[in-house]
Write a protein that binds this ligand. Structure first.
Ligand code: UD1
Ligand code: CA
Length: 451
């Protein structure tokens, strides 16, 4: 199967400098959705017809399995497909897709392809409002031609069956038909849709198939349509999650911009964003307003609201947040507690350790059963280089401690509150660095002078 993706249109109504097909839906360019679907149906050759701003499109999405055909100027959909002909093989049939129709499903395309052996197969639909679309003209039930809205008479405009634009044609036939197209029509364009009448004239069967859902063939021409299809897509993702048992407090308030894998009895509260690859094991609960990107959360872990987790692996039975930030390279063992306003970066924290309040843990290796007091900071950066802090098992770090890396705190050590640790702390001892407390008897507070 060849796939030709039409993506040369300018997208003026987006009012944006970004080419239309690069606008993201679920965090991924519109055209990337179409490419993924083309690959999913086993396309052997994919050719993208690009035009305005096309070099940016090509740079963003080029891949070894893609051919690119420049259409300049853009003289219509028939002219667009003509530009792709040199790039595609004549033996396999060709599926035409649109780069700005992101939600078309592989199952629908497969039905169209199955319908279209040695014939011209059109994907048609019956929308509530057919305005703007090309209409399918049938005589005694057989498709005869497509008439564009702007060329249609009143009777034709009353036809409810429309052309979605997606079709499958024998490639050799396309090569015959496309050079024959004219542009004497209301828009002065070379219409791809005129190949239908040419097929009928040749006696080639013209068959139709239909999408399961109306949104599958809806295109993006404006930010409003983009947002509408985004919500359709997110609702589909939410439905799939609920079908496998995930509890969503509100399926209208979740955004998955990548792949979210969930175990059994996972709960996700409102307004969470999942980016990249995220895995939530059994019995995980995610509080409201969390952003999770490329991370794994172990079984039974609870993430309280307003956490931000990126490129991190969180173990089982952790309690994280609210307001925790786990940055890239964070690895947490089992039963770890990370509380509010705690930032962890490029650090491992082993089982049953806790950092419950206001801390910065960067470039650290922390053992098991360690207590990190409020206000603890690993001073990992000397202005030029980063250094590691090692905290062994069963250490107690008092509040407001600074660990000036590189530094090691031995197993079982206690650091007194307020310590600035610049040398290693030996195991099992109390280490404290702070000015000795004193009290001055008879000391008087100054009083304001009278003038
Ligand atoms: C086209 C169909 C119409 C159908 C409708 C579905 C034709 C003549 N008409 O109409 O029957 O109901 O789609 O949405 O085919 N493009 C190019 N190069 C061009 C022109 C268009 O690459 O020269 C691309 C656009 O980027 C877009 C797609 O082709 O992805 C369709 O173009 P658009 O102008 O939206 O088609 P319509 O005129 O709406
Ligand atoms: Ca047009």
């Amino acid at each position: 199967m060849n796939v030709v993706i039409l993506a040369a249109g300018q997208g003026k109504r987006m009012h944006s400098d970004l080419p239309k097909v690069l606008h993201p839906l679920a965090g991924k360019p519109l055209l990337a959705h179409v490419l993924d679907t083309a690959r999913a149906i086993g396309a052997t050759k994919i050719c993208v017809v690009y035009g305005h701003g096309g070099e940016r499109v090509r740079a963003a999405l080029d891949a070894p399995d893609l051919a690119w055909a420049l259409q300049e100027p853009q003289l219509g959909t028939g002219h667009a497909v003509l530009q792709a002909l040199p790039a595609i093989g004549p033996s396999a049939p060709t599926l035409i897709m649109y780069g700005d129709v992101p939600l078309i499903r592989a199952s629908t395309l497969q039905r169209l392809i199955a319908a279209g052996k040695d014939s011209l197969a059109l994907l048609t639909a019956h929308p509530e409002n057919p305005q703007g679309y090309g209409r399918i003209v049938r005589v005694d039930g057989a498709v005869k031609r497509i008439v564009e809205e702007k060329d249609a008479d009143d009777a034709e405009r009353a036809i409810r069956e429309i052309n979605t634009g997606i079709l499958v044609a024998p490639t050799a036939a396309l090569a015959r038909w496309l050079p024959m197209l004219g542009n004497r029509n209301a828009q002065g364009e070379y219409y791809l849709t005129d190949i239908v009448a040419l097929a009928v004239a040749e006696g080639m069967p013209v068959v139709t198939a239909h999408p399961d859902a109306a949104w599958e063939t809806e295109g993006v021409n404006s930010k409003l349509q983009l947002a509408t299809l985004e919500r359709v897509h997110q609702r589909n993702v939410a439905d799939r999650l609920m079908e496998v048992g995930v509890t969503l407090t509100d399926p209208a308030r979740i955004d998955v911009r990548g792949e979210l894998k969930c175990g059994r009895d996972v709960n996700i509260d409102v307004s969470c964003v999942f980016e990249g690859r995220v895995e939530l094991a059994d019995n995980v609960a995610i509080g409201a307003h969390c952003v999770l990107k490329n991370c794994r959360i172990g079984r039974g872990t609870r993430i309280a609201p307003f956490c931000h987790i990126e490129d991190a692996a969180v173990g089982a039975d952790n309690i994280i947040g609210p307001y925790a930030r786990l940055r890239p390279g964070t690895e947490l063992g089992t039963g770890v507690h990370i509380g509010n306003f705690v930032e962890v970066k490029n650090s491992t924290i082993a089982d049953s350790s806790k950092a419950n309040h206001l801390a910065y843990i960067g470039d650290a290796t922390i053992g098991s059963r360690v207590n990190v007091g409020a206000g603890t900071i690993t001073c990992n950066y000397d202005g030029a280089n980063k250094h590691r802090t090692v905290i062994e098992d069963d250490v107690f770090i008092g509040s407001d401690t600074q660990l000036v890396a590189p530094v090691t705190v031995g197993r079982g050590a206690t650091l007194g509150a307020g310590t600035t640790l610049s040398k290693d702390a030996p195991p099992d001892q109390l280490t404290v660095s702070r000015a000795k407390q004193m009290s001055i008897p008879g000391w008087k507070r100054p009083v304001k002078k009278k003038v």
